[in-house]
Ligand binder design. Sequence first.
Ligand SMILES: NC(=O)C1=CN([C@@H]2O[C@H](COP(=O)(O)OP(=O)(O)OC[C@H]3O[C@@H](n4cnc5c(N)ncnc54)[C@H](O)[C@@H]3O)[C@@H](O)[C@H]2O)C=CC1
Ligand SMILES: Nc1nc(O)c(N)c(N[C@@H]2O[C@H](COP(=O)(O)O)[C@@H](O)[C@H]2O)n1
Length: 206
Amino acid sequence: MSADGKISTKDRVQVKISNDDDLKRVDKLKCGIDAIMVGIGTILADDPSLTVKSGECPNPTRVVVDSRARTPLDAEILHKGDGERIILVSEAAPLERISALSEYAQIVIAGEDQVDLRAGLLELKRQGIDRIMVEGGGTLNWSLFAGGLVDELYTYIGGLVVGGVDAPTLVDGDGFSINESLIPLELIDFKQLGNGVLLRWSVKRV
Ligand SMILES: NC(=O)C1=CN([C@@H]2O[C@H](COP(=O)(O)OP(=O)(O)OC[C@H]3O[C@@H](n4cnc5c(N)ncnc54)[C@H](O)[C@@H]3O)[C@@H](O)[C@H]2O)C=CC1
Ligand SMILES: Nc1nc(O)c(N)c(N[C@@H]2O[C@H](COP(=O)(O)O)[C@@H](O)[C@H]2O)n1
C-alpha cells in the first residue's frame, strides 16, 4: 500500500507501489504456499495472472472469490501459465456462467448469495490446500479479517501518496464500529526495502 494506505487509485487503476526487490519478495512467497487468492474486484480491475515470475517453482493453485461467476472467460488468470485454478462461487451464480468457466477452472459452490469464505476455505483444505496467500483487494481482505480467517499480514508501505476518499485501502468493507471487535496485531518483523518498509504482523488470538 501507499504511505497513505491506498492500494490503487480512486478509479481503480493499478499503481506500482512495490519496488523490484519487493516484487521479488512477493514472487518468492508464492513458492512457499499452496494457493494464491484474490477477489473478483481485483480480477476485473487488474486482470492479474498471479503466476510465479521467476519460474523457480510451479505456480500455486490460483483461487478467485467470485459470488456470481463474473470472471471473464479471457481473464489472464485462466490462461497464463500452468497449474490449477479454482473459482469459489455462490448459489446465486448463473448456471451458464458456471458451465462456461468450468472449462478452465474447478468451480466450488459455497454460500447462498455471497461466497461463504469459511466453507470455501474448508473445501480447499479438504483438497490439501493448507497455506493460502491473499493478494487483495480491500473488500476480500475485510471479509477475511472480519471472519477471523487471517493468521498473518505482510504490509509493504511504498514511498508515494495516492489520496482520495474513494481509493481502495488495504482493508475496506463495512469496518468495525465496536471497539471490542477491532483486530489486534503483533509486529513480528520489519525491514527497509528500497524506498519503503516491509512489516510482518501476526493476528493475535484473543
Ligand atoms: N496494491 C495491491 O497490492 C493490490 C491492489 N488491489 C486493488 O484493489 C482493488 C480491488 O479491490 P475490491 O474492489 O475491494 O475487490 P476484491 O478483489 O476485494 O473483490 C471483492 C469482491 O469479491 C466478491 N466476493 C464474493 N464473496 C465475497 C466475500 N465473502 N467477501 C468479500 N468479497 C466477496 C464480491 O463481488 C466483492 O465485491 C483494485 O483497484 C485493485 O487494483 C488489489 C489487490 C492487490
Ligand atoms: N506486490 C504488489 N505491489 C504492487 O505495487 C501492486 N500493484 C501489486 N498488485 C497486486 O499484484 C497483482 C498483479 O499480479 P500479476 O503481476 O499480474 O501476476 C495485482 O492484481 C494485485 O493483486 N502487488
